[in-house]
Write a protein that binds this ligand. Structure first.
Ligand SMILES: NC(=O)C1=CN([C@@H]2O[C@H](COP(=O)(O)OP(=O)(O)OC[C@H]3O[C@@H](n4cnc5c(N)ncnc54)[C@H](O)[C@@H]3O)[C@@H](O)[C@H]2O)C=CC1
Ligand SMILES: O=c1[nH]c(=O)c2[nH+]cn([C@@H]3O[C@H](COP(=O)(O)O)[C@@H](O)[C@H]3O)c2[nH]1
Ligand SMILES: [K+]
Length: 501
């Protein structure tokens, strides 16, 4: 039947043109027509003009979200991590190099000691099952053995030098090996573990155990990994718009960053426009993503300056207080739709940044025009997020904080705000904690499967297909009243357990 004849719901341009600032929970898509299986949905996408991803997920440049471990796992999944810049440029470059030196989907951070060292307390193992022994006791020398914590516990003379009871290592594997290649090298050392070594950096990178290999093999299939033109894991870096950020940029490029994001709450500034032009004229082959923006006008200015991608969201983040403090921002569904509507004319991909707390939000962001979603809190409680787990009121949590929180600004003041030390600092974010979520290597594939099911309900088999169905007014939306939102959630039960997978 002719779809126009059964007019129902609102096309996006009418819904978002009514003077309301809507966010994801305010709106709901009406289902369309299914003529393909959910597994046929292709979520591959563009991060920026020249960077393709197989999974539309980006880890936010926040110091409680993205360092090497997160960036490696996101790239292995087919997404990307953007390394934060609340550190010195040398520290940020070291993180980028660490990502570039790996090919397995995780970071092991081995405890390394020398042959004459002694282990005096179990704490020295940290959370690792063993200690790696190298000739000089540093990462920059030849691995010679391992000491398993069980062996250490079983000894009567636990303070003996490690050389007297370590298990010798016959071989190591190049850190450019993928997991199956590393797994094959395990046999050379009796099957229990193998160090990986970067020939370029001349140092030990990881210590992979049999248990690591089994853990990864038991995971759902990861996406097609994201690689840069250098053939290494893709990784991005955040930077600012100050004069000293030009020097930072040089460090980042030398370390191998594949894309930079100019990190600001209000990107439509003379500082950012000049920095975009500087980046493009200095490194024409490097994609630069501008933002944040929430209006068509802001977007247009950054596109004209040469931005290869736009980051959208102001005040929508879980830790953000910008709308409260500054009275400026926009509901995230409206912001994503409005900016995407402009950016698509120039072929500039949009990142929907902030406010993602479930797979439904990801579907909404992508269908409303974004090419990727950037997440902070959704990834912050994972094993790959920086920081250690703590217990609060019996719950296992990790710290998560806004980059505009006083605590983050104080930490970064030397590196980021040189010369600003006399100014009054006003927080635009909070410090908090999020619950343990396990590994992103597990929950992102499940989340992507849920997103595919959402796309299937809408009859959209890919992101470009969803965008064109929305633009052509085939996909329809409605605003949900408060009661409809309650109805859309779990309700009326005395108790329940919510387990998605
Ligand atoms: N997405 C969001 O809603 C928000 C995000 N944030 C996050 O907090 C962090 C800090 O954000 P912002 O404070 O917006 O960072 P920012 O670096 O853009 O701005 C800090 C201050 O420096 C000024 N500035 C920047 N470049 C300059 C230059 N070359 N010369 C003189 N002044 C210059 C800006 O105008 C602003 O007053 C970022 O990580 C950002 O992502 C903060 C608030 C909201
Ligand atoms: O107003 C803000 N004050 C802050 O201190 C702050 N820190 C991060 N961000 C932004 O929030 C995004 C992450 O949001 P979610 O946790 O909701 O994913 C991030 O990706 C940022 O865009 C901030 N916004
Ligand atoms: K907020």
């Amino acid at each position: 039947m002719d779809i126009a004849a059964i007019e129902d719901g609102f096309p996006a341009d009418r819904l978002f043109g009514r003077g309301y600032s809507y966010t994801y929970d305010d709106v709901i898509f009406l289902p369309h027509y299914i003529d393909f299986p959910a597994d046929a949905v292709d979520l591959s996408t563009q991060l920026s003009r020249n960077i393709r991803l197989s999974v539309p997920c980006v880890a936010s440049p926040m110091d409680t979200v993205t360092e090497a471990s997160m960036a490696v796992s996101m790239a292995a999944l087919g997404g990307v991590g953007i390394v934060h810049y609340n550190n010195t440029s040398a520290e940020q470059a070291t993180i980028i190099r660490s990502v570039k030196s790996r090919r397995i989907p995780f970071v092991t951070d081995p405890v390394i000691m020398g042959p004459s060292d002694r282990i005096l307390t179990a704490d020295e193992f940290g959370s690792a099952p063993c200690v790696l022994v190298t000739e000089s006791g540093s990462a920059k020398s030849k691995p010679v053995g391992v000491v398993w914590s069980a062996d250490w516990w079983n000894r009567t003379d636990r303070d003996a030098p490690l050389s007297s009871y370590m298990v010798g290592l016959a071989a190591s594997a190049p850190s450019s090996y993928d997991l199956e290649q590393v797994a094959a090298s395990l046999g050379l050392n009796g099957g229990k573990c193998v160090p990986t070594v970067s020939e370029e950096l001349g140092e030990v990178v990881d210590l992979v155990t049999e248990a690591d290999v089994e853990r990864i093999r038991a995971l759902p299939k990861l996406g097609v990994p994201s690689f840069g033109s250098d053939g290494r894991f893709l990784v991005g870096a955040a930077m600012g718009t100050r004069e000293q950020d030009k020097e930072r940029l040089e460090h980042l490029v030398r370390a191998g960053a594949n894309v930079v994001i100019l990190d600001s709450s209000q990107g439509n500034s003379i500082y950012q426009i000049e920095m975009i032009k500087y980046v493009k004229s200095t490194y024409p082959d490097l994609d630069v993503i501008g933002g944040n923006v929430v209006t068509a006008y802001q977007a247009q200015n950054l596109i004209q300056a040469g931005a290869d991608g736009l980051r959208v969201g102001m005040g929508s983040g879980s830790i953000c207080t910008t709308q409260e403090v500054c009275a400026v921002g926009r509901g995230q569904a409206t912001a994503v739709y409005k900016v995407s509507s402009i950016a698509q004319h120039s072929g500039v991909p949009v990142i929907a940044d902030g406010g993602i707390s479930n797979s439904g939000h990801i579907v909404k962001a992508l269908v409303l025009g974004a090419s990727t979603v950037m997440m902070g809190s959704f990834l912050a409680g994972s094993t790959e997020a920086p920081g250690v787990y703590e217990y609060r009121d019996g719950r296992k949590v990790k710290k998560y904080r806004g980059m505009g929180s006083l605590e983050a600004m104080t930490k970064g003041s030397d590196a980021r705000y040189l010369g600003d030390t006399l100014k009054l600092k006003i927080a635009q974010g909070v410090v908090g904690a999020v619950a343990d979520k396990g590994s992103v290597l597990k929950f992102i594939p499940y989340t992507m499967q849920a997103v595919k099911q959402g796309f299937q309900d809408l009859g959209a088999s890919s992101l470009p297909s969803a965008h064109s169905l929305l633009r052509n007014q085939v996909l329809r939306l409605e605003v949900r009243t408060g009661a409809a939102q309650v109805e859309g959630g779990v309700h009326g039960l005395v108790s329940y357990e919510k387990k998605a997978f």
